[in-house]
Each structure stands twice: as C-alpha cells, then as structure tokens.
Design a binder for this molecule. Structure first.
Ligand SMILES: Cc1ncc(COP(=O)(O)O)c(C=O)c1O
Length: 373
C-alpha cells in the first residue's frame, strides 16, 4: 500500500481566519487601508511588549527596511550569525554595510557571545541577533556587549512568535525587531512580516519607508526612496485570527517536539534539538536533526532517502560566509566557522507543520530510523 507523502509543513487555519477574511470581502476592505492592519500591528506589539508595529509584505523586506532605517554610515560593519537565511545578509549589504559572520553553538545552533565579542572591530556599528529554529540566542551578555560598545541591535525574531527569553518576549529586544509570517511560522498571513520598535520617531520613519516615502502634504514629491511593502487587510485579517490561538500553537509545536523526542530517544547517529536551556524552552519552529560524523552520508543523501519513503524535509541554512553571491562581492572572504559549516552539511528538518498527526510523526521518525545505518 502506498502511503501519502508527509509534507514538511502544513499550517492550521481553524480559528476565526475564514470569518475575518469573509469580513474583508463583505466590506470591500482588501487593500492596506483596511482596519485589520491596525488591529494586527497593535496585537503583535502587545504580544511582544513593544510600542509600535509596522506590518509589511514579508520578513525579508522587514529586515531590509529595519536595517536601512537605522541610518548607519555606509561601510560600517554589522555582526550577524553565519548560520541564518540570506535575508539577513542581503539587508545589510543593500544598506551599504558590511556583514561580519560569527559561528554558532553546536548544540543550540545560535550565535554565541564569544563569537560576537571576537568579531567586534572599530568599524562595528550594529549586531543582528537571529534566533534559530525554536530556541532564542542567549541574549543577556550580547546585549551588554552592545551597550558597552554603543552598537545598535536588530533582533530577527522571524521564527520566534510566542517564545520568551528569561520570561521576556522575543521580539522585545534591541532597537528594532522583525518577524516573518510565512506559512511555516507560528503566526502566518500567507506572506507577511512586521517591524517593531519602542521608538516613536523610528516607527514613523518605518511606516513612511514601507509606503514609498509618500509625504502627507505633497504626496508625490519624495525626499527619500522607500519601498511599497504594504501588507493587505486580507493578510492582516489572517494574522489577527492567528494571534488569537498562538498559545495553542506553541503548545502544539512543543507536543510535536516531545513526540519526536520520544520516538528518536534511543536512535544512534543523530543530534536532536535541545529541549530547554536555562533561558528558554524550545518552541520547535522546526524539528531539526544533525547527523553524527560516524553516519557515512550527509544531509542531502539522508533527505533523498527520506523523500523516497514519502517524508518531506528541508535542509538547514547554508552559511553566509559560504554564499557564492556574497563572496563574489568580496564579503566574508576570510571567515571560517566550523560549527555552522558542520550543521549546514549534516542538518535537516523533519515534517514540523501544525497539522501534523501523531501517526505522521511516528511514520517520519520510523522512516528516519530505517535510513540510518
Ligand atoms: C530567521 C529568518 N529571518 C528572516 C526570514 C525571512 O522571512 P520571509 O520568508 O517572510 O521573507 C526567515 C524566513 O524563514 C527566517 O527564518
């Protein structure tokens, strides 16, 4: 009997999503002018304890606008984890700044304070903190370093809806923070992102940059180049409904993590996600695993074998300092980050979507056991 394919992600839209979307259609509010935009911005801001939220079209453009808005002098260095998505580095490069990578902790896969400290030079002006795969960065001493060196902090909380660091919400740290609402996120709007800050003037600037820098008094005369990164009311309607059941979402994700852990507890040859640290419990944005060195094949081969068994997977991020496009531009050329290089080659994640059933988790774990030597 052929079993159905288990996709790597399946969102859950079973709250007020349909009702709020229908309201948009009924009322005709489908552009970025509709009332759900404010509600979603205020809802996210309240969730993470920020004064302002500015909704945009995705998490990548949220980073672009956030970095640009800081107005750092061109050529300044910005420290970021090498183990992250390209959006982080491209936001830095597009703002005329220089990305400087740091390695990750081999267990939590997050950037470390030692890495950040070693990367600081007289040209450093900012640190981009990126929380990875369900556990936050161990922030306290990095924030302290930033204070001491007078560095701006951008917090990329794209994967961290509902997560906390020592009890304070992720997305509440630094000068500016960003989220993504892609369908694999704990809160989704299909595509979408948000930029948050406590700074009133910065919030106003972010809203202007999102809206092509139209000027209130003379709309089509521009003093600065912005983006059209406006979220639609339809997307925000989804977002409002999604926030309503975020606590359940986090609980469901933790249950997925627990079930995988139980199934894979005695399996040799893999490193599983760290369930908790002394600053946070994992929210399992995805359930990632890293193949031990004694497994005679890499993540690519493992993922191919799992696909043949009907199991969807995704590779881990590929390091920024190994990106052809950045290297061709002369960035990060002399960097080497062995922990990140290792997990990029040997790490991948299993089906982790919210609609995953217990049986699908068991099947995915079983398939993994079968493909391991
Ligand atoms: C850490 C991180 N930052 C930024 C992004 C980009 O978000 P988006 O896909 O909405 O552009 C992602 C997407 O997964 C992410 O994981």
């Amino acid at each position: 009997m052929t079993k159905t394919f288990i996709p790597v992600n399946t969102p859950l839209l079973d709250g007020n999503e349909a009702e709020y979307l229908a309201e948009c259609i009924r009322t005709g509010w489908i552009s970025s002018e509709g009332p759900f935009i404010k509600r979603f911005e205020q809802g996210m801001a309240a969730l993470v304890g920020r004064r302002h939220g500015v909704a945009v079209t995705n998490g990548s453009v949220a980073l672009d606008i956030a970095v640009h808005a800081l107005g750092l002098e061109p050529g300044s260095e910005v420290i970021l984890p090498t183990f992250t998505i390209i959006s982080c580095a491209s936001a830095i490069v597009r703002a005329g700044l220089v990305p400087v990578g740091v390695d990750c902790d081999p267990a939590t896969w997050n950037m470390t304070v030692e890495g950040v400290e070693a990367a600081i030079t007289p040209r450093t002006r900012a640190i981009m903190l990126v929380h990875i795969y369900g556990l936050p960065v161990d922030l306290a001493s990095i924030l302290e370093l930033a204070r001491r060196h007078d560095l701006k902090v951008i917090e990329d909380a794209a994967e961290m809806h509902g997560q906390t660091y020592r009890g304070a919400p992720c997305g509440s740290f630094g000068d500016i923070s960003t989220f993504s609402f892609y369908p694999n996120k704990h809160v989704t709007t299909g595509e979408g992102g948000m930029i948050l800050t406590d700074d009133d003037a910065l919030a106003e600037r972010l809203a202007s940059l999102r809206n092509l820098c139209f000027q209130p008094q003379q709309r089509f005369i521009h003093e600065e180049l912005g983006w059209n990164a406006r979220m639609t009311n339809l997307q925000a309607a989804l977002g409002v409904a999604q926030i309503e059941h975020l606590p359940r979402t986090v609980e469901l994700k933790r249950r997925i993590g627990r079930l995988y852990d139980e199934h894979l507890e005695d399996v040799a040859g893999i490193r599983r996600p760290v369930p908790r640290t002394n600053y946070a419990d994992n929210i399992y944005w995805v359930y990632g695993i890293v193949l031990d060195d004694n497994v005679p094949f890499d993540a690519k081969e493992a993922m191919g074998r799992l696909a043949q068994k009907g199991i969807g997977t995704r590779p881990f991020f590929w390091c920024m300092h190994e990106q052809p496009v950045l290297r061709r531009m002369g960035f990060m050329l002399n960097e080497s980050h062995p922990n990140a290089e290792h997990i990029a080659r040997r790490g991948f994640y299993l089906p982790s979507g919210l609609a995953l059933t217990e049986d699908e988790i068991a099947r995915s774990a079983w398939a993994l056991k079968e493909i391991l030597p």
